[in-house]
Design a protein around this ligand. Structure first.
Ligand code: ATP
Ligand code: MG
Length: 392
């Protein structure tokens, strides 16, 4: 390879390193380029996993069945254990076997890269130049892995904060169950007493039994709602968007009551949509929880959360506003950023995850603004979240 050719090859290689934040995609693109630019028979990327090395990406695919390359790597690993300085002057470890040249480069903080070169060996200047390219490759792979871990942690934190809300949801269910349960209990003991005293009248019995049946169906409905929210199922179904708000506000009953907040379904048309119910509920829950967080801190004559739902050309447009004076205008464009929080115990993931779910799955949009509005002839100021949700 002439110097010129080498420069071109290295340039192409560098262009194909770090092309994506997705590990598999990034590694695949780079390895393909290595093979093309260096005319290798194959290339295998090994990642260190505790004390083991796993071949995670192979190029080309046929290598997967080749146990011979496996043997070479095993020989190398054995040597690695016994000999202290395998990578002299930062150069690769080289094995020649069956007319094939194997070059094993160390990828710092990641693992190893094994080049398989038939017949024609790498020239010395290529071996050296590859060192620099591989360092860059190692850094890019490490970043991808770190990013994956961070994303994984985000999901865990998000789940945990969802779990924290579960304690409150149970409190709300308890509240919703108390009334029907006590009604069932008192009706049953009423019937008991009637029977004891022999004043048993079938006509009286019928409506009492119907009451019991009605109340048990209330109980099971509450549990169904609860299950559907905590079930992370991602599936589409038909439902009325305003009923979703009623259910969500039931879940938040205890928080709303404690803070003395009026939850108002203002102009809400009955719009039936076909969408991801659980995910939408989760989003609404996040927005309502934020509004409650702000209103809780304030001492106001009236604390309001007002919902409006309108139908606009294939979309349900939902406005969720409060009268907690809004968000400082310099921070308005930050609230959807991951980790942005102004709360001592906030994760700052509520709105960013909500936006992501809304855009990715539901194919909708969410924006926020500060709003001055009039309600019951009085003026208020607060944050206004507008969600545009496709009806179908
Ligand atoms: N209705 C609102 N009024 C005023 N500020 C708000 C409102 N909703 C959100 N914010 C601001 O946006 C920030 C980000 O909200 P987000 O839900 O993403 O995270 P968080 O509420 O801080 O944390 P977590 O959701 O984990 O409790 C909040 O810290 C708050 O300062
Ligand atoms: Mg929040």
């Amino acid at each position: 390879m002439t110097n010129n050719q080498l420069h071109n090859a290295l340039f192409e290689l560098l262009l194909n390193i770090g092309t994506s934040f997705d590990f598999k995609e990034s590694a695949n693109n780079a390895l393909l380029s290595y093979i093309q630019q260096l005319d290798c028979a194959g290339i295998i990327l090994y990642e260190k996993n505790d004390k083991e090395y796993n071949p995670i990406v192979y190029k080309p695919k046929v290598l997967q069945r080749d146990i011979f390359h496996k043997k070479v790597f095993e020989i190398f690993i054995k040597k690695l254990d016994t000999e202290s300085d395998l990578f002299k002057d930062n150069l690769p470890f080289i094995i020649n076997k069956n007319k094939t040249n194997y070059y094993i480069y160390k990828l710092e903080n990641f693992g190893f890269l094994l080049f398989i070169k038939n017949a024609i060996a790498f020239e010395n200047h290529i071996i050296k130049a590859l060192r620099t390219v591989n360092d860059k490759f190692a850094k890019s792979l490490e970043s991808c892995r770190n990013l994956e871990q961070i994303r994984q942690k985000d999901k865990m934190i998000f789940r945990q904060s969802k779990m924290a809300a579960m304690g409150e949801v149970i409190e709300n269910i308890t509240h919703q169950w108390r009334q029907p349960l006590s009604l069932i209990s008192s009706t049953a003991s009423g019937i008991n007493i009637l029977m004891d005293y022999g004043k048993f009248d079938e006509k009286e019995l019928k409506p009492l039994l119907n009451d019991i049946v009605d109340k048990t169906s209330d109980l099971s409905q509450t549990i169904e709602d609860f299950k559907s929210y905590f079930n992370n199922d991602v599936s589409k179904s038909n439902f009325f968007i305003n009923s979703l708000f009623i259910k969500t506000s039931n879940f938040l009953y205890s928080r709303l009551k404690k803070a003395n907040i009026e939850f108002i379904l203002n102009n809400t048309n009955d719009i039936e949509i076909y969408s991801y119910k659980n995910q939408l509920m989760q989003i609404i829950m996040n927005i309502l929880n934020n509004a409650i967080d702000e209103l809780e801190k304030l001492d106001l004559e009236r604390k309001l959360i007002i919902i409006d739902i309108t139908n606009e050309e294939g979309f349900a447009v939902v406005s969720i506003k409060d009268n907690a004076f809004g968000i400082p205008s310099s921070l308005l464009n930050k609230v959807f950023n991951p980790y942005f929080t102004r709360k001592e115990k906030g994760t700052g993931l509520g709105l960013s995850m909500s936006k992501e779910i809304l855009e990715k799955y539901i194919k909708g949009t969410i924006i926020v603004s500060n709003l001055d509005f009039v309600f019951d002839e009085k003026e208020y100021k607060g944050a206004n979240f507008t969600l545009k949700i496709p009806i179908n």
